[in-house]
Write a protein that binds this ligand. Structure first.
Ligand code: ACM
Length: 704
C-alpha cells in the first residue's frame, strides 16, 4: 500500500507537459496526427501519443526505487547499454543496483514489488514521457521490464539528436500465457541460440518458453538418474543440467517461465536406445532420422514404465521450477500397442476398448506422478478425453474445436492452431488468428479459460543457422495478438512496424537477417549476391507440410543440408508482398468501385513502384544465370529464375497496355493466364509469389 501511495503521489507531482492527442482507432493507432509514426509492437492497451519530444544526451541517467529485484536491475542495466549502443552516447551510469536511486535522473523507475515468473502475475505498467522527464511505474518488476522495452521502441532520431516521443501509456496484456515452443529435438540448438531467442521474446513481451525436449529424433537433456537417455539418444547433442539451469535463470530475469515437454507415450524412440524395456515392441532401436509419425510408443501395461517415469519426472521436476509440465500426448498411432500381446491382454482384462482409452489410463497414471511432484499437466489436445480431470491444460493444435470444447468444459486451454510457424505461412494469416474465436460465442466465463497461445517452432527444416529466420520476425506479430487489445488488427500497419521490429531484433543478436545474406554468399561462392537476393525477395517455400511429402528422389533426413535457396527464403517474401499490394492499389483506378484511400506505407506511387520492381526482375535472370553457371548448388533454381523474369515481363507489358488504354483480346488473355498458371508450379520447393498480382493485371487489362 505504502509503495502504491508513493507511486500515485509521484505520478501526480511529476510535471508532464504533454499536448495529448488521443488516438484509439485501429487505423490510426500508431500515428500521431499530422506527424510521425510510432513503431511499437505489441501495441499498448491504452496509448496517448503527443507531438513533444524528450531529447537525451550524455547526461541521461535512470533511478530505481521501491521494491527492486534482479529482474529490474538486470534489465535496467541492459536498457542503458542498448540505449548507449543505439545512440553512440557515452552514458556515465554503469551497473544499476537496488541502490541506484538518483533524484536528478531523467528516467524514474518505481516498482511496487519484485518480479516473479508465475502464471497470472501482474504485468502491467504505466509510462509517461514528457520534455521534463520520464516516469515508469509498475506493481512489480515484470511491468518494469516491459515498460523499458516499450521505451526503447519509442526511441527515434532527428537532426537535433535522439529522443523519446512524448506519450502516456497504460499497458497490460490481454492474455497471461504468451508462449513460444522450440523443438530442440529434430535439430538441436546450442544454448546461445536459446538465449538470443529469449531476448527476442522479452522484446515482444512474451512470457513462456516451452522446450520440446524429447522426440523420436533426439533426447536433449542430461539425466543423472537415467544417463543412457542422453548418452544414447542424442548423438551427443543435449543440454547439460547446468546449461538448463543457466537458460532457466536467463529467462527468469526476463520474466519468462521455462517449462519442459517430454512427449509420451509416442514420439519417444530416443528413450528406447538406452532403456528398451520402456517400449512396446521388443526390437533394436536407433535414433530416428526421418520425419513424420512413427510407431514406437511407451508400454502402458508394464509397471516398469511408471516406476521409471516416476523417478525421471521427479528428477526433471526439481530441475524445472515452473509449476507446469508438458507430457506431449500427440499422434500415438497405436501400432506398436497392437503388436504387443501383453498390452492386448491388459486391455482385455481391464475392459479398455481402444487406444484412446488406454492412453487416458496412461495419462491418469502420469497425472498422479506429476501431482506428487507438485506439477500441473499440460498436453496436446489428444489428451482431452473423458475421465481426465479438468485441472490440466489443453494445448490445441489440430483445430480450434478442441480448444472451444476444452474451454466449455472448464479446462484451461492455450491455442497453437494457427500459430504453426513451420507451415511457411504469411505473417498476416497468423496475425489475424485470434485465440478468442468470434463465431464460438463463448460466455465471458468460458473465455477466461483461454489463457492465450503458443507459437510452435518445429524443427524438421531448421538448424541453428536458419531457425531465427523461421521464428522471427513473424512471431513478433503473433506476440502482438497475445498482448494487444483485440481491435488492433490493421495488417498494413503491422507490416510497417514489423520492418523496424525486425532490425531491432537483429540488434539483440538474432541472426534472421545476417544469416540469410551469409547463406546467399555461400550459395554464390561469394560472387555478387544481388541477383540471387532479387529472386529470394519474391519466392517462398511451398506452404504447409508439402516439403515433408515431396516423395521425390531427395528424401529429407535429419542430417540433410538445410542450406539451399529454399532454406534461406522468406516465409513471407517482402518484395512479393509489396508488389501484390501495389498491384491492388494500382488497379483501383481501373475499377469502378469506390475504394478507401491508399494505405501503402512504402510508396505513394504504386505504378512507379511496380514498374521499378518488375523491371528489376525482368532483367534479373540474365545476371543470375551467370552466377548459377558456376554454382552447381544453384542449378535447381535456373528455371525458377527464368520464370520470374518472364512473369515480370508479362506484368510490364500489361501495365504498358493499360497505360495506353488498350485491351487484351480474350484469346490473348487466355494465353497469358495459361502461361501464368504454369509459373505457379513449385520449382526447387519454391513458389513465385508475384504471379497472382500479374494475373490480376492481365484480367484488368482484358476488361474484367
Ligand atoms: C504436434 O504438432 N504434433 C503437436
Amino acid at each position: 500500500m505504502k509503495i502504491k501511495g508513493i507511486i500515485m503521489i509521484i505520478m501526480v507531482l511529476m510535471l508532464f507537459n504533454c499536448k495529448q492527442n488521443e488516438i484509439r482507432s485501429d487505423a490510426d493507432v500508431t500515428k500521431i496526427k499530422n506527424d510521425e509514426k510510432i513503431n511499437l509492437m505489441p501495441i499498448p492497451k491504452d496509448m496517448h501519443l503527443s507531438k513533444g519530444r524528450h531529447y537525451i544526451n550524455e547526461n541521461f541517467k535512470l533511478s530505481v526505487e521501491g521494491q527492486i529485484g534482479k529482474m529490474t536491475t538486470n534489465n535496467a542495466t541492459r536498457f542503458l547499454r542498448r540505449l548507449s549502443g543505439r545512440t553512440g552516447l557515452f552514458l556515465d551510469q554503469d551497473f544499476i543496483t537496488t541502490k541506484s536511486k538518483c533524484d536528478s535522473a531523467e528516467l524514474k523507475i518505481i516498482s511496487g514489488g519484485i518480479g516473479k515468473v508465475k502464471l497470472n502475475v501482474d504485468e502491467s505498467y504505466s509510462l509517461e514521457v514528457s520534455e521534463d522527464g520520464i516516469g515508469l511505474f509498475a506493481n512489480n518488476g515484470n511491468g518494469i521490464i516491459y515498460g523499458l522495452e516499450t521505451l526503447l521502441q519509442l526511441l527515434k532520431a532527428d537532426e537535433n539528436g535522439y529522443y523519446f516521443t512524448n506519450c502516456k501509456i497504460e499497458d497490460e496484456p490481454r492474455f497471461p500465457w504468451r508462449g513460444l515452443m522450440i523443438d530442440v529435438c529434430r535439430h538441436f540448438y546450442p544454448i546461445n541460440v536459446i538465449k538470443r531467442n529469449i531476448d527476442a521474446m522479452l522484446a515482444m513481451k512474451m512470457n513462456v518458453l516451452h522446450l520440446h525436449l524429447s522426440e523420436d529424433q533426439g533426447f536433449r537433456i542430461e539425466s543423472k538418474v537415467f544417463p543412457k537417455l542422453h548418452e544414447k539418444g542424442s548423438d551427443g547433442l543435449y543440454f547439460t543440467q547446468n546449461q538448463m539451469k543457466e537458460i532457466i535463470e536467463y529467462a527468469r530475469v526476463r520474466g519468462i517461465r521455462v517449462y519442459p515437454e517430454f512427449d509420451m507415450p509416442s514420439h519417444s524412440t530416443s528413450w528406447f536406445l538406452g532403456y528398451p524395456k520402456l517400449s512396446s515392441l521388443d526390437t533394436v532401436y536407433s535414433v530416428e532420422r526421418t520425419w513424420g509419425v512413427q510407431d514406437p510408443a511407451m508400454n502402458p501395461a508394464n509397471e516398469y514404465t511408471y516406476q521409471f517415469l516416476d523417478k525421471f519426472i521427479g528428477e526433471m521436476s526439481e530441475l524445472f521450477p515452473d509449476e507446469y509440465f508438458h507430457i506431449g500426448g500427440d499422434e500415438n498411432n497405436g501400432i506398436h500397442w497392437k503388436k504387443n500381446k501383453d498390452i492386448q491382454k491388459y486391455m482385455k482384462e481391464n475392459e479398455i476398448k481402444d487406444k484412446h482409452e488406454l492412453q487416458t489410463k496412461f495419462n491418469q497414471r502420469i497425472l498422479k506422478i506429476l501431482t506428487k511432484y507438485n506439477k500441473k499437466m499440460v498436453g496436446w489436445d489428444e489428451i482431452l478425453q473423458p475421465n481426465m480431470p479438468n485441472n490440466i491444460i489443453i494445448q490445441s493444435w489440430r483445430g480450434k474445436e478442441a480448444m472451444i470444447e476444452a474451454a466449455k468444459k472448464s479446462y484451461n486451454t492455450i491455442l497453437s492452431n494457427g500459430y504453426y510457424i513451420d507451415l511457411f505461412w504469411d505473417t498476416e494469416r497468423h496475425y489475424l488468428n485470434d485465440p478468442i474465436i468470434k463465431d464460438a460465442n463463448l460466455s465471458p466465463d468460458v473465455e477466461k479459460n483461454i489463457l492465450g497461445g503458443e507459437v510452435t517452432s518445429w524443427a524438421e527444416f531448421t538448424k541453428a543457422e536458419n531457425v531465427d529466420s523461421r521464428i522471427w520476425p513473424r512471431t513478433a506479430a503473433i506476440a502482438e495478438r497475445f498482448w494487444s487489445p483485440k481491435y488492433v488488427k490493421n495488417v498494413d500497419d503491422m507490416y510497417r512496424r514489423l520492418e523496424t521490429v525486425s532490425f531491432h531484433l537483429e540488434e539483440l543478436g538474432l541472426t534472421h537477417i545476417k544469416n540469410r545474406e551469409m547463406g546467399m554468399r555461400r550459395l554464390t561462392n561469394n560472387e555478387d549476391v544481388n541477383s540471387l537476393r532479387n529472386l529470394v525477395n519474391v519466392v517462398e517455400p511451398i506452404e504447409n507440410y508439402t516439403r515433408h511429402r515431396r516423395g521425390e528422389k531427395k528424401r529429407y533426413l535429419q542430417q540433410s543440408p538445410l542450406t539451399r535457396v529454399v532454406d534461406i527464403s522468406y516465409s513471407d517474401a517482402p518484395i512479393a508482398r509489396k508488389i501484390r499490394k501495389a498491384t491492388n492499389e494500382y488497379i483501383k483506378k481501373y475499377s469502378s468501385e469506390t475504394t478507401e484511400k491508399s494505405s501503402l506505407y512504402f510508396t505513394n506511387n504504386p505504378k512507379q513502384y511496380l514498374i521499378n520492381e518488375l523491371n528489376k526482375l525482368s532483367n534479373n535472370h540474365k545476371k543470375l544465370e551467370l552466377i548459377i553457371a558456376n554454382s552447381p548448388v544453384l542449378k535447381e533454381i535456373k528455371p525458377l529464375s527464368e520464370n520470374i523474369s518472364k512473369v515480370a515481363k508479362i506484368g510490364l507489358e500489361t501495365i504498358d497496355h493499360l497505360e495506353s488504354n488498350k485491351k487484351f483480346s480474350q484469346k490473348k488473355e487466355q494465353e497469358l493466364l495459361k502461361i501464368l498458371t504454369d509459373f505457379k508450379k513449385p520449382i526447387a520447393e519454391l513458389e513465385i509469389r508475384i504471379v497472382s498480382a500479374v494475373e490480376k493485371l492481365v484480367m484488368v487489362a482484358s476488361g474484367e
